[in-house]
Design a protein around this ligand. Sequence first.
Ligand code: BJW
Length: 247
Amino acid sequence: PSHASAFDIALVAQWIADARHLLVLTGAGVSAESGVPTFRDAQTGFWAQFSPEDMASEAGYLAHPQRVWDWYQYRRRLVSEVAPNAGHFALAQWQAQHPERLTLVTQNVDGLHQRAGSSTVLCLHGNLMENRWLLPPKPCCDMRFTEDDGPPQCPGCGNYLRPAVVWFGENLPHAELQQAQDAAKGCDVMLVVGTSGNVYPAAGLAHIAARGGARVVIINPQATGLDQVADMRLQGTSADLLPQLLK
Ligand code: BJW
């Protein structure tokens, strides 16, 4: 499934081997070969069916709590039934061998990097498997007493639980974003893997890395919003290419 030339693959493998610090930003595409649908791919992406504003925003949740909750429950089940793929494992292995040289940043909420053994992952968009309160909790808000069919609600005040992910219009976790941006400034090679590169501030990491003089490499079967920032595009899938690049 890879159209990248053997020459380009060998060149990028050499950049990585020579790098003092490598930054890897991953997106939904790295989990596609595990069977997790991406968001924006035509036909197979979640948003071929649903609009992002409806499903991944606080306003969308308030307008249709049952529908949005069901979507997250469906995704939780799906993610618990799949396994990490060769791309996740290649990253985890390289991180174990070179713990000081890699910063792994993911937009994914599926936990597959961690399940593949990656010890340190900066998760910019939260965690699919956890919940938190929608509104600041009051003394009556106790997760144990929420209803469990449908979107869980505090019986006292009606506050909802919601998935602990970052929706549109919400801030990314500050410490993780800061560490990711520092790594972007300090890296000499950045891999941008399996992301359409359209969602900010995550996509902005590639601009920061390029501005700092790093080589930016895109690994994706399709065009992305960051192609003009890249020094190299390797056309192919992450499960195919990452094991060839990370030795
Ligand atoms: C393969 C493959 C294979 C397939 N191998 N590849 C600057 C400019 C314009 C707008 C903004 C801006 N700054 C902020 C914004 C607003 C907004 C934004 O970016 N909008 C754009 C869409 C225009 N950003 C935000 O709202 C962010 N917050 C923020 O900025 O706070 C400050 C603020 C506050 C108040 C007002 C304004 C600003 C938050 C963004 C949160 C994103 N959340 C989601 C949902 C998470 C929860 C959940 O999972 O339900 O995160 S949206 C969704 O997109 C998800 C993803 O992490 C994210 C990125 O998607 P990703 O990973 O790139 O997936 P796809 O589907 O897009 O692409 C998959 C790719 O894989 C494709 O390229 C395929 O080709 C490829 N692929 N198979 C390798 N086998």
